[in-house]
Design a binder for this molecule. Structure first.
Ligand SMILES: Nc1nc2c(c(=O)[nH]1)N[C@H]1C(S)=C(S)[C@@H](COP(=O)(O)O)O[C@H]1N2
Ligand SMILES: [Mo]
Length: 197
């Protein structure tokens, strides 16, 4: 299989690993940092973990290509962290939770269908390439959803909100596709009205 066979349409492999985000890089303050899960939880309560508590959660490794809608694909990125499947065991969603909003510092957000959030390769990563994440790449904790365009892979994650009704996140409100499947080139919101290819 040549490299092109596994690249989604319109993507290319850049040199190195670009850093891309909107706005400033937040400063990590371990003493006040927490990860919250709220919204439509099964118990109705809200969950919060400190940084040491997140570090103590069961861990897994995932290797996957990383597809940005600006058309670069970084092949074989090695992530390590907490699978979303583990997170929902610790904080079960209500039966009618259909979507999640992933929230970062400074209010960046991305919405995901629950089925995409729970993809078996989706994780909250603390490490990349065997090293702790750098601030630029989302330290201390970032979402990684390898099967969707990378704007869904929220850096500097602070909260997961379970939703019973879908809401659009930061880029989804600004003209980008609600689902963001790179294999179907779901780049822009106007494509949501087109019949599936
Ligand atoms: N908090 C936050 N996360 C973000 C973004 C952002 O602007 N803010 N940009 C997204 C986009 S568009 C991309 S392509 C990836 C880039 O991740 P990288 O800088 O680690 O390559 O982060 C995503 N996560
Ligand atoms: Mo991106």
């Amino acid at each position: 299989m040549g490299p092109d066979d596994r690249l989604p349409p319109g993507q290319y492999v850049p040199r190195g690993w670009p850093v891309l985000h909107y706005g400033p890089v937040p400063k990590f303050r371990p003493d006040t940092w927490d990860l919250r899960v709220y919204g439509a939880t099964e118990s109705g309560r809200e969950y919060a973990w400190t940084w040491p508590q997140v570090q103590a959660m069961p861990r897994a490794k995932v290797s996957a290509d990383f597809h940005c809608v600006t058309k670069f694909t970084v092949p074989d990125v090695g992530w390590e962290g907490v699978l979303t499947a583990m997170l929902v065991e610790l904080a079960p969603p209500a039966d009618d939770a259909t979507h999640v909003m992933v929230w970062a510092d400074y209010g960046y957000s991305a919405n995901l269908r629950m089925i995409d959030f729970l993809d078996d390769r989706a994780l909250l990563a603390t490490h990349q390439g065997g090293e702790p994440l750098t601030p630029d790449h989302g330290a201390p904790l970032r979402m990684v959803v390898p099967h969707l365009y990378a704007w869904k892979s929220v850096k500097w994650v602070r909260a997961i909100e379970y939703l019973t009704v879908d809401r659009r996140g930061f880029w989804e409100e600004r003209g980008y596709h609600n689902i963001a499947d790179p294999w179907h080139e779901q780049r822009y919101s106007y494509q949501e009205d087109e019949p599936p290819a």
